[in-house]
Design a protein around this ligand. Structure first.
Ligand SMILES: C[S@@+](CC[C@H](N)C(=O)[O-])C[C@H]1O[C@@H](n2cnc3c(N)ncnc32)[C@H](O)[C@@H]1O
Length: 269
């Protein structure tokens, strides 16, 4: 019953904003674990992509880190002004800021407790985290070369407003690198329509659903162990669904193709 009510409320922009803020505020506040850096479902690269050496330490969320690495490789970041929208606990920002050597990297997130946690645990020259909304980016026009957006825009009140803001703050020739899922092929079509209407030019689009499914499967054991360690027993069932473990509805719908997951590269010309 509660699930049905939440599904119905998710049609309203105000509820989506409220839901995203409360969820991620509470998560960072109540589980400030300093070795939990990522909140995306991860990416297993294709065999033709260059191999990234990641130490096989279960404390490092290798597949989530790979999601950032392979997304960030879609544009040249060296010496550039980079903004990430929806930076969460900041692990992706830390990796990209250290590995790809941008001049500056701002991680923006709606949840101030996630911003505080990220500022506390990640220290890389030129990297900082600030609180703010994807729908009202607190930066001036034409100031950013590349924007990253990882599994975040499904929770925004209005994706059209987000894309308008992206277009405003990007310099001409700048890129939006974005990965996200939608809970049906029809809703992915809606996102594609929103992109088309945004005035940003689609440079490439890839269906990476299989790569995400493979990552969920490869990481399942360590993810379940992390949940057992960090989440109070009474919340573990709910959290397994949220975390998309093998057997969850999230995982099953990705695997059977009814929840597509795409990667987009968009340019402001
Ligand atoms: C699934 S988490 C992904 C976090 C991070 N990108 C990662 O991969 O680890 C989604 C993030 O988007 C943030 N978010 C949701 N709505 C937002 C908004 N309107 N503006 C900025 N951030 C938002 C949430 O607070 C959360 O940190």
């Amino acid at each position: 019953m509660i699930k049905l009510i939440i599904q119905a409320l998710k049609r309203f922009a105000w509820f989506k904003r409220f839901n995203a803020k409360i969820t991620y505020e509470l998560l960072a506040k109540n589980i400030p674990a300093e070795d939990w850096h990522f909140m995306n479902y991860g990416y297993t690269p294709n065999s033709f992509e260059p191999k990234l050496e990641v130490p096989s330490d279960p404390k490092i969320q290798k597949y989530s880190l790979q999601m950032y690495h392979y997304l960030a490789s879609k544009a040249n970041l060296e010496g550039k002004q980079v903004l990430e929208i929806g930076s969460g606990r900041g692990g992706g920002a830390k990796h990209v800021a250290s590995h790809f050597k941008p001049a500056s990297y701002i991680g923006l997130d709606i949840a101030s407790s996630a911003v505080d946690l990220a500022n506390k645990i990640h220290h890389v020259p030129g990297l900082k985290f600030i609180q703010g909304s994807a729908e009202s980016i607190p930066l001036v026009d034409n100031s950013i070369d590349v924007i990253l957006n990882v599994e975040s825009c499904h929770g925004y009140g209005c994706v059209d407003t987000f894309l308008k803001e992206v277009k405003r703050v990007l310099k001409p020739g700048g890129y939006l690198l974005m990965v996200d899922f939608r809970n049906s092929p029809e809703n992915m079509k809606i996102l594609e329509g929103q992109i088309q209407n945004s005035g940003l030019i689609q440079v490439s689009k890839e269906d990476i659903t299989t790569n995400v499914v493979q990552s969920i499967e490869a990481e399942d054991e360590s993810k379940k162990a992390r949940i057992k360690k960090l989440i109070p027993a009474r919340w573990q069932k709910l959290f397994n669904e949220f975390a998309g473990v093998v057997g969850s509805r999230f995982y099953e719908t990705l695997k059977n193709g009814t929840r597509p997951y795409y990667r987009f590269v968009l340019e402001k010309r």
